[in-house]
Each structure stands twice: as structure tokens, then as C-alpha cells.
Design a binder for this molecule. Structure first.
Ligand SMILES: Nc1ncnc2c1ncn2[C@@H]1O[C@H](COP(=O)(O)OP(=O)(O)OP(=O)(O)O)[C@@H](O)[C@H]1O
Length: 257
């Protein structure tokens, strides 16, 4: 199954720059177009502005140059429409709330009834393989399970755009690879969901994405975008193919420039 080419442009950045008030130029003239259904990975050295791109897309911070549209409107407006959800490396679960209460929190904030948000949260937990842990408390879970809860909490609002900032960075390699497969499985069942994923790991970027955006050291610019034209579903055997090795090499080369 090929990734579906959609005409809907969910993110459009034209010559976007970001200079922080202290004078740091985090982004310089970044052009980027992301279409519905893409799985885009950003890789780049520390401090190249990957998190800044996310802050601009979510409207948490404003661009100081260029134009930026999200879902065909301003980032602030897109955020109000609740079409965007995030997952961070730090799972940020509330320690005194059960798994199901953590997952349903975004729906509670929107005023959905208790019964309905519980149903929706249970469905999201089922997607990440945790339906038997509805009543568990976060402290009873492993790091990988906490990350699954965090992903369920993002999925519960059925986002069109899912932003993931190094979500698997703190996990061991085996858990990381398992979660990569699970994430691809969830995404492939909902091809309208667009994923933007930041990682330092070139292997992870190639394994997951339809396209890799390589950024330069500060000030961050797009050094290259590399298509990963390998059909889905991808399974673990993709990691051992010559094609995988070639793509990893191309991304690594682009990172050197
Ligand atoms: N609020 C801020 N004020 C001033 N400078 C900032 C601010 N936020 C980030 N920066 C700087 O902007 C640059 C880009 O930061 P950003 O966090 O976007 O990079 P990153 O690629 O996500 O880094 P990492 O991979 O280490 O998470 C860095 O030099 C950082 O120090």
C-alpha cells in the first residue's frame, strides 16, 4: 500500500524565520510543505530548531519572518480547532490519576460527558494495546507503557496532525523498535492522520517516515528532504534490506553538510 497523495496541505511554511528576543536565530528562511497523510521525520543536530518548528506550528510561539499556515489557517486558529495533538519524550502523565483518567483528560477539558470520554479513552487504550490497564496508576507501568498511555492521550482527540518530539528517545532499543511498529500500525489504519516526528536517530527516521527533513546546525534551515518511497506496511525485515542501508546513508550524508 503506497502512502496516499492528498491535495490537502496541512502545513505550509514560506521563508519562515524565528529570532528569539535574546537575538538567537533559531530558524532561517525555512520552506516546508506537508500534505495530509504524510509521516514526516525531522532529523538534525541538537539546537538546530526542530522544537522551534513545532512551537510555531502549534502557535505557542510566533514566527518573526515569513508566513506559516496550519490546516489552511493560522496556527492559533488551528490550535483552537483541536486538530493537533502532541507527544513528548517526557510522558507528562498525572501521577495521582489512573491510566483512563489521564487519557480522557483532553476530552474532559472539552466538556465531554464522563461516560462518553471513558468510552473514547478505552478505545484509544485498546489501540496501544493497554485495554487491560485502564485502572492502573502510572507508577505501576514501565517506561514503554507510559509512552503508550501518552500516545493514547494524544490519539483520543482524533487529531489530524500528530506532533511527536523525540517520543522514544528515553526508551531502550527493543522497546523503541516495538513502539515504532505499533505507531506505524496505528497510522496506517488512519491514513488521514499526518505525523510530524522529531528524532536524533537516522535509523528511526528512515524506518518510520514517508519523507525525512534534514536540518542544518543553527541557524536551522532545511538542508535536504529525502523521500522514503518504500511501501507500507513495513515490518522489522525492512531494517535489514539494502534499500534501508542506502536511505540511512543518504540521510547521514545530508546531515554532514
Ligand atoms: N525561548 C528561547 N529563547 C532563546 N533561545 C532559544 C529559546 N528556545 C530555543 N532557543 C534556542 O534556539 C535554538 C533552537 O532550539 P530548539 O530547541 O528549537 O532546537 P532543537 O533542534 O529542538 O534542539 P534539541 O535537539 O537539542 O532538542 C537553540 O540554539 C536554542 O538554544
Amino acid at each position: 500500500m503506497e502512502a496516499m497523495a492528498s491535495t490537502k496541505e496541512w502545513v505550509r511554511m514560506d521563508s519562515v524565520s524565528k529570532v528569539y528576543p535574546n537575538g538567537t536565530t533559531a530558524l532561517q528562511e525555512v520552506d516546508l510543505s506537508v500534505r495530509e497523510g504524510e509521516f514526516l521525520c525531522f532529523v538534525g543536530p541538537s539546537g538546530c530548531g526542530k522544537s522551534t518548528v513545532f512551537k510555531l506550528i502549534t502557535g505557542l510561539s510566533g514566527a518573526t519572518g515569513g508566513t506559516l499556515e496550519v490546516m489552511g489557517t493560522s496556527p492559533q486558529q488551528a490550535r483552537k480547532q483541536s486538530d493537533t495533538a502532541f507527544v513528548f519524550q517526557d510522558h507528562t502523565l498525572l501521577p495521582w490519576s489512573s491510566v483512563v483518567d489521564n487519557v480522557s483528560l483532553p476530552l474532559a477539558l472539552r466538556g465531554m460527558s464522563r461516560k462518553q470520554r471513558r468510552e473514547e479513552a478505552e478505545q484509544a487504550l485498546e489501540l496501544v494495546g493497554l485495554k487491560d490497564y485502564v485502572k492502573a496508576m502510572p507508577r505501576q507501568l514501565s517506561g514503554g507503557m507510559k509512552m503508550r498511555v501518552s500516545i493514547a492521550r494524544a490519539l483520543v482527540s482524533k487529531p489530524k496532525l500528530l506532533l511527536m518530539d523525540e517520543p522514544f528517545g528515553a526508551l531502550d532499543e527493543i522497546t523503541r523498535q516495538t513502539l515504532q511498529l505499533e505507531l506505524l500500525d496505528i497510522w496506517s489504519r488512519n491514513k488521514e492522520m499526518t505525523v510530524l516526528f522529531v528524532t536524533h536517530n537516522v535509523f528511526e527516521a528512515v524506518f518510520l517516515s514517508t519523507r525525512v527533513v534534514v536540518m542544518t546546525p543553527r541557524p536551522g534551515k532545511v538542508a535536504a528532504t529525502i523521500d522514503v518511497p518504500v511501501p507500507f506496511p513495513r515490518d522489522a525485515s525492512f531494517r535489514t534490506t539494502p534499500r534501508f542501508g542506502e536511505l540511512v546513508r543518504s540521510v547521514s550524508e545530508a546531515l554532514k553538510h
